[in-house]
Ligand binder design. Structure first.
Ligand code: NAD
Ligand code: IPM
Ligand code: MN
Length: 351
């Protein structure tokens, strides 16, 4: 029996509704594969912020440090400005634990009514590798002359040779293990300074990974191609902001952002990695018990894979595929009428 210590951070809104299903799935599949989980749950959230003035305690990262992995729901809720909640919890974990790769797979499951038409829809199966700790998400910048006609807001994007190189190498390696094709999201047509640098590094790293063929697409054109012909993509590597936008777009194209998972990886394993659905706290549906739990469940499957249990992970993704292909039980985002609990029960039945 292998035992893993998992930190649970449900967070805000539907984050608290989709994490229990993920935990149930882990326990069920773990029992079959000889894997036991011990969980430590943390109430770090906007609610905590309003009560105690901080999203997490000052030693928050230290409390997580010795865990094998972190499972997170979502962070952010009306009443606390997003820059406070995100810089107070989500971003410090990603940065503090050097989770510089955000891996976001996309798949159009059979039985999901994707906005894509035709047979090609079910050939869509690719992964976005998002740079996760630098780039456009920088702390450098600010606002001047607030509220005056001369008001200015400035944001500096920070791309480092080391930071870009390591995520590119991860993406090239992944492409080499998959279909051998990498697409780089860029905006190199002379407007922004950072992207020609990104492009140069892509070309440089390509020489180290000659088995991978690669191309690059301007982010605007790439967004259109995600809609018009997503089946041609295999691995797409993107900067922090570009990757953020592309991953919601891809998730929507695949039928619902409620299904999409994410793995915030520390590839060197010097720190715990964090697994969370791509979606946020969805205040518009929070508290109604109708959130789609599959994004969180699939994220838990990615965690199983990361922890060295690919067979257990596959059982989970097979159960996701089965519940979608073989039943009509599904949450409203997928056109159904099931609650989160009903959908989870059906999934557990098939697991
Ligand atoms: P969101 O992802 O929370 O919601 C966008 C839309 O998708 C909403 O209509 C919502 O109802 C729907 N949706 C999302 N997840 C769903 C699910 N599992 N099942 C069914 N429908 C689902 O994005 P938003 O509205 O831009 O952000 C809301 C809050 O969440 C903000 O505070 C934002 O900063 C935060 N957020 C956090 C994370 C994170 O913690 N990683 C990610 C994204 C957004
Ligand atoms: C995500 C989210 C976060 C991001 C926000 C909430 C800061 O959108 O995980 O995709 O942009 O990284
Ligand atoms: Mn996002």
């Amino acid at each position: 029996m292998t035992r893993h210590h998992i930190a649970l951070v449900p967070g805000d809104g539907i984050g608290t509704e989709v994490l229990p299903p993920a935990q149930q799935v882990l326990d069920t599949v773990g029992a079959r594969h000889g894997i036991a989980f011990s969980y430590t749950s943390y109430d770090w959230s906007c609610e905590r912020y309003l009560r105690e003035g901080a999203m997490m305690p000052p030693d928050g990262l230290d409390q997580l440090r010795e865990k094998d992995a972190i499972l997170l729901g979502a962070v952010g809720y009306p009443g606390v400005p997003d820059h406070v909640s995100l810089w107070g919890l989500l971003i410090p974990i990603r940065r503090g634990f050097r989770q510089y790769v955000n891996l976001r797979p996309i798949r159009v499951f059979e039985g999901v009514d994707s906005p894509l038409r035709g047979a090609a829809a079910h050939e869509v199966e690719f992964v976005v590798v998002r740079e996760n700790v630098e780039g456009e998400y920088s702390e450098i910048g600010g606002r001047l002359n607030r509220g005056t006609p001369e008001e200015i807001a400035v944001q500096e994007a920070v791309f480092t040779r080391a930071g870009v190189t390591r995520v590119l190498d991860f993406a090239f390696d992944l492409a080499a293990r998959r279909g051998g094709v990498l697409t780089s999201a860029t905006k190199s047509n002379g407007i922004v300074h950072t992207m020609p640098f990104w492009d140069e590094l892509v070309a440089e790293r390509a020489t180290v990974h000659p088995q991978v063929s690669w191309d690059q697409e301007h982010i605007d054109a790439l967004a259109a191609k995600f809609v018009l012909g997503p089946a041609r993509f295999d691995v797409v590597v993107a900067s922090n902001l570009f990757g953020d936008i592309l991953s919601d777009l891809a998730a929507a194209v695949a039928g619902s952002i409620g299904i999409a998972p994410a793995a915030n990886l520390n590839p060197e394993r010097t720190h715990p990695s964090m697994f969370e659905p791509v979606h946020g706290s969805a205040p518009d549906i929070a508290g109604r018990g109708i959130a789609n739990p599959l994004g969180a469940v699939w994220s838990a499957a990615m965690m199983l894979d990361h922890l060295g249990h690919p067979a257990a992970a596959k059982d989970v993704t097979d159960a996701i595929a089965a519940v979608l292909a073989k039943t009509d039980v599904r949450t409203p985002d997928l056109g159904g009428i099931a609650t989160t609990a009903e959908f989870t029960d059906k999934l557990l039945e098939l697991l």
